[in-house]
Design a protein around this ligand. Structure first.
Ligand code: 4NP
Length: 149
């Protein structure tokens, strides 16, 4: 069983989408997949409706409820995939002895996405930002699974 945690800032856009994309690619088997945010501002909320709608158009169902990451998550999960550099730094800081489990998601992207060192936060932008997040997540998650297998 591989335990994978996606991490972004609010846990309402990028990381719940990552969780849903990886779940759709694994059908749930052999993987425990979750997501969390480095801030707790949206605790208890569903994912942003724009993210849910964009995913739904690709046949991906985002069902997670926002929660804040905690230090114990770094002990619990095997792979902690952070969406941007700030998420990475804030996650490592929570429990530095597990730094080796914390990864920048963009390291898994194909070379045609090499312009992206971070998954851009779509929250304050338009629809294209949500589509880009899903393009990056679908590509990186496929490569992540190839590496883990
Ligand atoms: P996320 O996006 O980190 O991908 O969930 C954001 C959601 C909310 C806010 C920022 C980013 N916010 O400032 O409320």
């Amino acid at each position: 069983m591989n335990k994978v945690l996606f991490v972004c800032l609010g846990n309402i856009c990028r990381s719940p989408a990552g969780e849903a994309v990886l779940k759709s690619l694994t059908s749930g088997s052999d993987y425990l997949i979750d997501s969390a945010g480095t801030n707790g501002f949206h605790d208890g909320e569903k994912a942003d409706h724009r993210m849910r709608e964009a995913a739904s158009r690709r046949g991906i169902d985002i069902t997670s409820i926002s929660r804040q990451i905690k230090a114990a998550d770094l002990e619990e999960f095997d792979y902690i995939l952070t969406m941007d550099n700030s998420n990475y730094a804030n996650t490592v800081k929570l429990n530095p002895k597990y730094e080796s489990k914390v990864h920048k998601f963009c390291q898994y992207l194909d070379s045609n996405f090499s312009d992206y060192n971070e998954v851009p936060d779509p929250y304050f932008g338009g629809d294209a930002g949500f589509e880009l997040v899903l393009d990056l997540l679908e590509n990186g998650c496929r490569n992540f699974l190839k590496q883990v297998k």
